[in-house]
Design a binder for this molecule. Sequence first.
Ligand SMILES: *[C@@H]1O[C@H](CO)[C@@H](O)[C@H](O)[C@H]1NC(C)=O
Ligand SMILES: *[C@@H]1O[C@H](CO)[C@@H](O)[C@H](O)[C@H]1NC(C)=O
Length: 217
Amino acid sequence: MLPKCGRKTSPRGGCANSLLVLVGLAAILSVSHAYIRVCYYTNWSQFRPSKGRFLPENIDPFVCTHILFAFGVANATSNNITAIEWNDPALYSRMMDLKIQNPNLKVLMAIGGWNARSTHFTQIVANDASMTQFNNNALAFLRQHKFDGLDIDWEYPTTRGGSPRDRRRFTVWLQSLRQLFEQEAIESKQPRLLLMAAVVGAIAPALAYYQIPQIVQ
Ligand SMILES: *[C@@H]1O[C@H](CO)[C@@H](O)[C@H](O)[C@H]1NC(C)=O
Ligand SMILES: *[C@@H]1O[C@H](CO)[C@@H](O)[C@H](O)[C@H]1NC(C)=O
C-alpha cells in the first residue's frame, strides 16, 4: 500500500509533497527559536507629555519577542536590584499582563544603563562575597516580580568609574549568574531565567572590555 500523501503522489509513488512540508516546517521551527527581537521599555516614557506618554498597556505584545524593563539599579549598597521610580513595581506587574495575550512573550529586568556608569557594578563584582549576595538577592527579586530573566547593561566594564579588574570579573559574574539560574531552575521546576547583556558594538573597545571567547561559552 502506498503511503498517504494528501492529494498528490509523486511519480515514484512517494510523498514528495509531505517531504517538502516537513522540511518547510523544520525551517520555520528553527527560525522561530533563533529569531529574537529585543525591545526596551524605558522608565522615563511614562513622563513624556501628552501623546508621547507611553505605558505598558500601550505595548503591542506581539511586536517584540523580549521586552526589557529599563532600568533597575544594580545596587551595591543593598547588593540587590532596586527600583528607580516610585511606581516601577506597579509597572512591572502591568507589563507581565501582556503575557496573558502573548504567552510566548519574555519580560526581563534590565539593570544599569548609561547613567549608571560602572560604579555599582564594579563594587558588586569586586569580590565573591558581594557578587554572590547580589546574585541571590537579584534572583529573589526577579522571581518575586515574575521576570523571565536579567539583562545587564553595564556601560562598560573597566570604564567610566570602573577598574581594570572588571574585564575578568565580568566574565566570572556572568558564569556565576548562569550557574545559579540553572541550579534554581532545577530546584524550582520553573523555566530557567534568561541572561542577556547589552555590550559595546565596536570591535576595538569590545576587545578591551570583554573576554569574548569565555563569555560566548
Ligand atoms: C530612569 O532611569 C534612569 C537610569 O537609567 C534614571 O537616571 C532616571 O532618573 C529614571 N527616571 C526618569 C524619569 O528618567
Ligand atoms: C540602593 O539601595 C538603598 C537601600 O535600599 C537605597 O537607599 C538607595 O537609594 C539605592 N541606591 C540607588 C542608586 O538607587
